[in-house]
Design a binder for this molecule. Structure first.
Ligand code: ADP
Ligand code: ASP
Ligand code: MG
Length: 462
């Protein structure tokens, strides 16, 4: 059972989480995110501190850690009546705050924020929240223990910021660490998102990665079900923040869910389906604030429903890199080389399109653009292409649905709908999977395109 940032975002919400855990029978493993906003604030201070003049660093760090300490201490204070448990958790919160203080000062004075230090800083959000939630369960009489990702057996490579689990190690380590706890009826509260490499140095699984932690645990511990508890009723036909009357999708196949997550439905992390799908464990998305709702069930079966298109997603925070004049040198298999170079650095290409022999465009996450440009410039060399151009104010729009396979003329209808709202399609995915159509538009056009496609293909108003 994984509870996201909003679900653990306040004492009041954590009480709801404890209620849900208490009412759920059987062996449970709890995974929690940082309290909402905490990971973002850690990210911001880390980035800011390296640019500050020395004389203000200490003051800035003090202000920040005071605030973050207070947020967690207040939450614990509101939740936990038992004096002994509260004292223990407060000591742990203070200990974490002192560690955070040291690393922020170090990074600030050295003006050096390596990906390794950033992961260490970002890990604090979940390290605070496991302490609070495990204590809240204890004070309700539920035997419980807080574990970091590493303590739960999640060992990764050293790809800081987007580390990969080393499955051979994880498989045994997880069983060894968690099974004895479950047997003695102790409920583990595991930190989502954070793990460690084989040396025990903290790594992270990528933003939003707590979902992935939950599905890894489910996969290696043979769970009956992986539950993702969040702040909406399940996976909806589109983001309710864009279309408030988006509808709940009761069931989805793994493949549909992968596409949905990959292309932007933030409600689940893109990597979380794979481990569950590997061993056929159902994934259920539920609402912490409406626990009676059925939620969305993700299983193997592909259900073709009357709607051809099941959902519309959008994904900003991406950019296009255009490589121009690549055909100038006689290099065979340019896209293969490109995939190789970026793959070696763990940079995932979301979409690729080769408009002609000499031009190649691909889409990646914004935060990876700088690194990608560097890797390509080195890898292809100065004579490898004529120019590299980056386009940033764009987003990916995707329509997903198993019913799309073999539906003639659907892409044309989708593209016409986009034109009807005066939006330009900048790029169309090459070789997209059979259950989705993806294309890029300007970020400015994002909302109107999503609204139009939802209206036309899901609400059925033509
Ligand atoms: P958590 O903190 O629980 O992990 P997230 O913020 O990561 O929650 O994900 C939940 C949010 O995902 C929702 O509040 C909603 O705005 C957004 N979202 C985007 N697309 C969808 C979709 N298709 N269905 C449901 N929610 C979506
Ligand atoms: N706290 C992490 C983040 O904000 C992980 C998560 O919430 O899933 O990205
Ligand atoms: Mg999330």
């Amino acid at each position: 059972m994984k509870f996201g940032g909003t679900s653990v975002g306040s004492a009041q919400n954590i009480k709801k989480v404890v209620d849900i855990v208490e009412k759920t029978n059987g062996h449970k493993i709890i995974v929690v995110s940082a309290m909402s906003g905490v990971t973002d604030s850690l990210h911001q201070i880390a980035k800011r501190i390296i640019d500050l003049p020395n004389r203000v660093i200490e003051g800035e760090v003090e202000t920040f850690i005071k605030q973050i300490n207070k947020k967690h201490a207040n939450t614990a204070g509101e939740l936990i009546a038992d004096k002994k448990i509260l004292k223990e958790v407060n000591a742990k919160i203070d200990e974490l705050t002192q560690k955070l203080r040291s690393v922020l000062l170090g990074v600030g004075y050295l003006e050096d924020l390596s990906p390794k230090s950033l992961d260490y800083i970002l890990s604090f959000g979940e390290r605070y929240s496991i302490m609070i939630i495990a204590s809240a369960l204890k004070s309700r009489g539920i035997k419980s223990v807080a574990l970091t990702g590493y303590e739960a057996g999640i060992v990764t490579d050293s790809n800081y910021g987007r580390a990969h689990p080393i499955h051979k190690i994880v498989s045994d380590a997880m069983k060894e660490k968690i099974n004895p706890l479950v047997e003695e009826k102790t409920t583990p509260v595991v930190a989502g998102f954070i793990a460690a490499n084989t040396d025990g140095t903290i790594t992270t699984l990528g933003r939003g990665g707590s979902d992935y932690t939950a599905s890894l645990l489910g996969r290696y511990l043979n769970a009956r079900e992986v539950q993702i508890w969040t702040d909406v009723d399940g996976i909806l036909t589109t983001d309710p923040k864009i279309v408030p009357n988006a509808r709940l999708i009761p069931t989805l196949s793994y493949l549909e869910a992968v596409d949905l997550a990959y292309f932007g439905a933030k409600v689940i992390h893109s990597k979380m389906i794979e481990p569950a799908m590997d061993v056929n464990i159902p994934v259920r998305i539920k609402n912490t604030f409406n626990p009676k709702g059925e939620g969305t069930l993700i299983v193997n079966k592909q259900e073709k429903i009357d709607h051809v298109i099941k959902a519309v997603t959008s994904h900003d925070g991406v950019g296009i890199v255009n490589m121009k004049g690549v055909g100038m040198i006689e290099t065979p298999n340019i896209s293969g080389r490109l995939f190789g170079l970026l793959g070696d650095r763990n940079i995932n290409i979301l979409m690729i399109s080769g408009s002609s022999d000499s031009n190649l465009s691909f889409v990646i996450k914004k935060e990876l653009i700088e690194e990608a440009v560097e890797v390509i410039s080195e890898g292809f060399g100065v004579n490898g292409f004529r120019s590299l151009e980056v386009v940033e104010d764009v987003c990916i729009i995707t329509v997903v649905g198993a019913g799309m396979q073999g539906t003639k003329g659907l892409a044309a209808k989708v593209f016409k709908a986009v034109a009807d709202v005066d939006a330009n399609i900048i790029m169309i995915a090459q070789g997209s999977s059979e259950v989705n159509i993806s294309f890029m538009v300007k970020t400015l056009d994002r909302k109107k395109v999503v609204k139009k496609l939802h209206k036309q293909f899901i609400e059925g108003i033509y």
